[in-house]
Design a protein around this ligand. Structure first.
Ligand code: HEC
Length: 150
């Protein structure tokens, strides 16, 4: 009888410990659980980021929108300046392409290879000029400008 009680106590203790380890495993910091988040299926895109960094469709560390081909942007576009300059810029496809070429010519931006197309596609989709339907800039419509006198 006495031995049975000991065994039961031991079992209860082990049960508690198991429960504890399960609780610890589930409440661990999300960063420790390395869930890699990737929005592209493309094998060549080797800059995955952590699921814990994504909130409401935004990659929190950079503020950039999570969408296809964000990976090559993270890998190539943050070495010289922050993502702020990207987030504050709105350009169409041609605009983004020539901005990249300007950085390559004047700022030592490296050849992006096949990633250039992906980066431009991401930027054109997510950081395009303001949606249509808004009135055009009034300054462009004015025809009553006058010359300042010297
Ligand atoms: C080798 C360094 C370097 C890299 C890498 C780089 N840039 Fe730049 N970028 C610059 C410099 C320098 C400027 C000019 C900053 C200034 O005028 O103060 C700039 C400016 C910009 C601007 C602001 C343009 C404006 O209107 O003033 C944007 C947007 C931009 N870069 C986007 C990108 C994107 C997208 C990538 C990735 C393809 C990238 N950059 C990678 C060097 C770089």
């Amino acid at each position: 009888m006495r031995e049975d009680k000991h065994t039961r106590n031991l079992m209860v203790l082990m049960g508690i410990m198991t429960l504890l380890s399960v609780v610890i495993a589930f409440t661990a910091e999300p960063e420790e659980v390395a869930i890699v988040y990737s929005v592209s299926n493309d094998e060549e895109e080797k800059e995955p980021f952590y699921a814990a960094d994504v909130k409401d469709g935004i990659h929190v560390p950079t503020g950039l929108k999570v969408d296809t081909h964000l990976e090559p942007v993270l890998a190539n576009c943050l070495a010289c300046h922050s993502a702020d300059v990207i987030r504050n810029t709105r350009l169409d496809k041609q605009g983004w392409t020539s901005l990249i070429h300007w950085m390559q010519e004047k700022q030592n931006l490296w050849d992006l290879g096949a990633d250039e197309k992906r980066i431009v596609a991401y930027l054109t989709k997510n950081y395009a000029p303001e949606a249509q339907g808004r009135r055009a800039n009034l300054a462009l419509q004015r025809d009553d400008w006058y010359e300042l006198e010297d």
